[in-house]
Structures are given as C-alpha cells and as structure tokens.
Design a protein around this ligand. Structure first.
Ligand SMILES: *Cc1c(COP(=O)(O)O)cnc(C)c1O
Length: 237
C-alpha cells in the first residue's frame, strides 16, 4: 500500500545522511564514526515505526511525558531501537526514564546522577550517560540546561563512579547568538578533558538540523536531528 509519508521520510533521511557524509568527507572523518539520532518529539508513533523500518536505529525524545508511552508501545511491538533521552530531566522522572531509555544524554547535576543510579540499579539496568554542558555565555541565550564548564569534570567523575551508570561522553546544544563553530570549539576542548580522565567516554553528542556540519567538524560522534528528517510540527499533545 502506498504511504506518501514514508516516501517523504525516506527522502529527507537520505538527504540528512548525505549531509553527514559530506561533513565527514570535509573533515577527513569516516562517516561510520557518526551516529544519527532521529529526534521524534512532536511526531506520532507511526513516524517512529516508519523510521525504524527505514533503518534508523537510534531515536530520541526530550520529554518523559511524551516519550514514556511512545517507547513503551514501540518496545511492546518487539521493535528494539536504541532510545536516547535528550531533554531537561526532573529527578522525579528518573524512574520512568530508566524503564525505556538506553542513553540519557542530558545529565547535568549531582542529584540527578544519584536518582538515575538508584533507579537503574533497582531495574537491573546499565544506563549509558552523557554529561550535558551549558555552552551559553552570559545572557546571550536562555540557559537550556547543562552543567557549567567549571563543574564538568567533577560531574563526570560522579557519573563514572555511580553503579548502574556508564559514563560515555558529553552532549551540548549550540547557544543562539554565537556562531556554532565557536561554541563547538569550546565543547571539543571540554570533551577532551573528560576523555583524558575517562578513556571510555568517547561520545560527543552535538549538532542538530541547523548545525550538524559544524558539529561533525568539531568531532561529534552523535548528531541529534529532528526537523530536517521529520519536518516541524506543533507539540504532540
Ligand atoms: C529537538 C531537539 C533536537 C533536534 O532539533 P532539530 O533542530 O529539530 O533538529 C536536538 N537536541 C535536543 C536536545 C532537542 O530537544
């Protein structure tokens, strides 16, 4: 049966993959080093099913309220994408996120580390964790979460020692009001510091629809792309 939305997603996905390949070539990197995480927030379950069918293995959402029912259903259908949680996370949602997320990219403070560790252990799970860094300088951009750069190493140590959690690297969103290249250069330097202390923390999640090329040039291993694949849409509920 014809499914125009599937064709649309297939084409948009191909063009995002071509952008990733081009950015890797320009940076002298192997495209196999960069994982595409499709951010499906505001889009319905049918789009998630289509993306999985089209070969997308990594999916992400930024709100527990929306992500929990979607991924509970997806997993009940026997689909097994790697699920990334990428949004601001309240401590009281840590237990819920632990049930469906494989990677939590947005860990930015000690109490959240403790809550995730406790729930991961209780659920018998090992969560992959990225420390989200706040790259906003001054008041140029509303701060959208993330640890301040001078507290990063302390936070990374805490995650590395927490049972149930594996420190895998860092994540950031480029702030508005500054070229992404400048922000991602700071991010690369901060990430190198974490890696020096924790050699297994090899992931750098940076780059979205508008700035994935700059992120790949700065060493991103994961790009989080929503709009360029799925289009823009009003909040799902
Ligand atoms: C929505 C979102 C993305 C994807 O952004 P697009 O501009 O739609 O590609 C990436 N990261 C986070 C944390 C998000 O909330």
């Amino acid at each position: 049966m014809e499914d125009p939305r599937r064709e649309e997603l297939r084409e948009r996905l191909a063009s995002v993959r071509a952008r990733i390949d081009g950015a890797c070539r320009a940076a002298g990197r192997d495209p196999g080093e960069v994982t595409l995480v499709a951010i499906t927030k505001n889009h319905p379950l049918d789009d998630i099913r289509r993306l999985v069918e089209l070969g997308v293995h990594h999916l992400g959402e930024n709100r527990d309220q929306e992500a929990a029912p979607k991924f509970t259903q997806i997993k009940a259908e026997g689909l097994t994408p790697v699920v990334h949680f990428v949004g601001q996370l309240q401590r009281n949602k840590a237990g819920s996120v632990c049930r469906y997320a494989d990677v939590v990219e947005s860990v930015d403070r000690a109490p959240l580390v403790a809550a995730l560790s406790r729930h991961a252990q209780a659920a018998g799970r090992q969560l992959q964790v990225l420390c989200q860094i706040d790259l906003a300088v001054g008041d140029l951009d509303p701060h959208r979460g993330g640890v301040q750069p001078d507290r990063l190493e302390e936070l990374a140590d805490l995650v590395a020692e927490a049972p149930g959690l594996s420190l895998r690297g860092t994540m950031a969103v480029a702030p508005l009001g500054e070229p992404p290249e400048a922000a991602f250069a700071r991010l690369a330097e901060l990430t190198a510091r974490v890696r020096a202390a924790h050699p297994d923390a090899t992931w750098l999640s940076a780059g979205m629809s508008a700035d994935l090329e700059a992120a790949i040039a700065a060493g991103a291993t994961h790009v989080r792309v929503g709009t360029a694949i799925l289009g823009s849409r009003e909040p799902f509920r």
